[in-house]
Design a protein around this ligand. Structure first.
Ligand code: ADP
Length: 243
């Protein structure tokens, strides 16, 4: 489904990614773990061209692109196949919940309005917001706002959804409802690449865990193996701190 090869990225003097490879199969839920500042978010943003990598390749099904020199057309093609869920939701505050979800369908995907509304309602029902179509983001809790963010991604029917720390802006009591929704869509076979600090999600939902530190992948594997029998000392040290 998606293969990333040798991504490099620096911001000025700071090297953030030093040659990251990643393979994601159809239906995979890949969780990226690692200490703060290890480059996880930058990796996700480079895959979706929210940041321009200094070097690297992405093979996305039948599309192969140079992440540093992709053409506008290639960027559009990859963006069509991906959706991004942001840490801070990134909703339009002057639009209703329903409009937030239909916007990308109507403007980006050129889907007729009636059809877009139908798709958006289905996605909102999936995240249990069927009673909030006409609400504005400011009238919702953080957990509800992030569920709108997830519905917006689901509605686009992308090949893969990229989640950038989707629960880290939430009050602790609201984290569970968002993780539940993510678990539901994972179970439906959605391919997901998730940066998170939620170890329970990595353990229960992921089929692959990727541990990054200092801009490289230190270790990766199935969650059971990763948590119960980590091979690298850096991984063990990280797990001792977070578990
Ligand atoms: P993580 O998601 O693992 O916490 P990030 O990818 O957010 O790590 O950040 C890795 C490093 O890159 C940090 O040192 C951060 O300060 C730096 N960084 C991220 N984005 C930018 C940016 N736009 N400009 C400058 N430095 C950045």
């Amino acid at each position: 489904m998606l293969e990333i090869q040798n991504i490099h990225k620096s911001f000025g003097e700071t090297t953030v990614l030093s040659g990251v490879d990643l393979q994601i199969g159809k239906g995979d839920v890949v969780v990226v773990l690692g200490p703060s500042g290890s480059g996880k978010t930058t990796l996700l943003r480079c895959i979706n061209f929210l940041e321009k990598a200094d070097k690297g390749e992405a093979i996305f099904g039948d599309i192969q692109v140079d992440l540093h020199q992709a053409s506008k057309k290639q960027i559009q093609a990859i963006r069509k196949r991906t959706a991004f869920v942001f840490q801070n939701y990134n909703l339009f505050n002057n639009k209703t919940v329903l409009e937030n979800v239909t916007e990308g369908l109507i403007i980006g995907r050129k889907i007729p309005k009636e059809k877009a509304i139908e798709i958006a309602k289905n996605a909102l029902n999936k995240v249990e917001l069927e009673d909030k179509y006409t609400a504005y983001p400011a009238e919702l809790s953080g957990g509800q706002q992030q569920r709108v963010g997830i519905a917006r991604a689901v509605a686009l029917s992308p090949d893969i959804i990229l989640f950038d720390e989707p629960t880290s802006a939430l009050d602790p009591e609201l984290v569970g409802e968002v993780l539940e929704v993510m678990k539901t869509i994972a179970k439906e076979g959605t391919t997901m690449l998730v940066v998170t600090h939620e170890m329970s999600f990595a353990k229960d939902v992921a089929n692959k865990v990727v541990f990054m530190d200092g801009g490289v992948v230190v270790e990766e594997g199935p969650p059971k193996e990763f948590f119960e029998n980590p091979k690298e000392e850096r991984t063990r040290k990280f797990l001792r701190r977070v578990l």
